[in-house]
Design a protein around this ligand. Structure first.
Ligand SMILES: [Zn+2]
Length: 361
């Protein structure tokens, strides 16, 4: 394509950015090729896709692939075991990891926690957070912040350093990210069919090799709402999500350039119980896995490797308490691994305590 910065490509048609921002993408049925699995989700969700020409720049030292498995609990990983979730366990076992990380302190729902992952902030604006306190897709919405100015993101940091970014998601609500940072999310794909989303993300990884790739897998959360957390269908969905993770890891392993420099971060937005989640005081919702694995990254218990962090045990520490690992640490862990500046305004700074185990600093 001939466009430079500020131009996006949607379904092969190059259009001006202004025409795309605010466009209702949920309703587009884009001809992305075959795939009998699409769509898997109910509610008439369709695919949305856009691509922007990445800014040319020097290569970053490493790459980061973040995989967030929606609604994944430590108990689910332990129940299906290494036989049921070999890919996720390979990340947990092969890197610095813990089953005792934390969600956002105040909200255990999807969009606030994922916004935390990319901004490094807590949610509530009165705490200086990113301000995404809603969990529905809202057309044209942007990350509001706490009223003190623009909200930074890991997409912005990577782009400012000359790197490329991509976001692949199984839920349409993530549209708020490319809407908020239209110049910094180079590639955005929403696809409710998990198998198809996995294929598209794997292809992106193999062919484009983005410096920062964020993949959101929705299978466990969808099954949890339909059949209950820890039900047989939910555990099947955890295994299905593991197959998606495995496909991405296969691409990394099969590509020498990726195998040499790709660090994988695995975590989730929240747990769940019954057929839902949304009680931030429930341990089964706020206690989550977090793992970092790849070249240069230490192996073992994350809290033992980073003594500046505090294992919260069964507790629910607030932002002023000794810091545990939180899912909002994704942003600055990625920044540290990539060698780019920490996200401005970020509050989740466990990466500073993790530099040695991440192979930086
Ligand atoms: Zn949910």
């Amino acid at each position: 394509m001939s466009g430079g910065r500020g131009v996006v490509e949607t379904a092969g048609v190059v259009v001006g950015l202004a025409a795309v921002v605010g466009l209702l993408l949920f309703g587009l049925d884009l001809p992305l090729g075959g795939g009998a699995d699409r769509p898997e989700a109910a509610g008439g969700q369709r695919t949305a896709e856009r691509r922007q020409a990445p800014a040319p720049g020097p290569a970053l030292e490493r790459r980061v692939v973040v995989v967030s498995v929606d609604g994944l609990t430590p108990g689910a990983l332990e129940t299906v075991g290494r036989a049921g979730a070999p890919a996720m366990w390979s990340v947990l076992d092969g890197g610095a990891s813990t089953m005792d990380a934390r969600t956002d302190h105040d909200l255990t729902v999807t969009l606030p926690n994922h916004t935390g992952m990319v901004t490094g902030r807590t949610a509530l604006p009165e705490l200086g957070g990113h301000g995404v306190v809603w969990n529905e897709p809202v057309l044209g919405a942007v990350v509001p912040g706490d009223g003190s100015g623009e909200v930074g993101s890991i997409f912005t940091q990577v782009h400012a350093a000359g790197g490329s970014t991509a976001l692949f998601t199984g839920k349409p609500k993530f549209e708020v990210f490319p809407t908020t940072w239209p110049n910094d999310v180079d590639r955005y794909v929403f696809e409710p069919g998990a198998a198809r989303l996995t294929r598209l993300a794997a292809r992106e990884l193999r062919t484009e090799r983005p410096d920062f790739l964020f993949v959101h897998l929705a299978q466990p959360d969808n099954a949890g709402h339909a059949s209950g957390w820890m039900s047989a269908p939910y555990l099947d969905a955890v295994e299905d999500a593991d197959a998606s993770v495995g496909r991405l890891l296969e691409v990394v392993d099969a590509t020498p350039e990726l195998r040499r420099d790709t660090v994988v971060v695995l975590t989730t937005d929240h747990g769940g119980r019954g057929r839902g989640h949304g009680d931030p005081t429930a341990p089964v919702e706020y206690r989550i896995p977090f793992a970092v694995a790849g070249p240069g990254v230490a192996t073992g218990d994350l809290y033992a490797l980073a003594p500046g962090l505090t294992d919260p045990g069964a507790g629910r520490p607030g932002m002023d308490d000794p810091a545990p690992v939180r899912n909002c640490d994704v942003a600055n862990v990625a920044a540290a691994v990539l060698g780019v500046a920490a996200v401005p305004g970020s509050q989740c700074v466990a990466a500073e305590e993790m530099t040695a185990l991440l192979g930086v600093g």
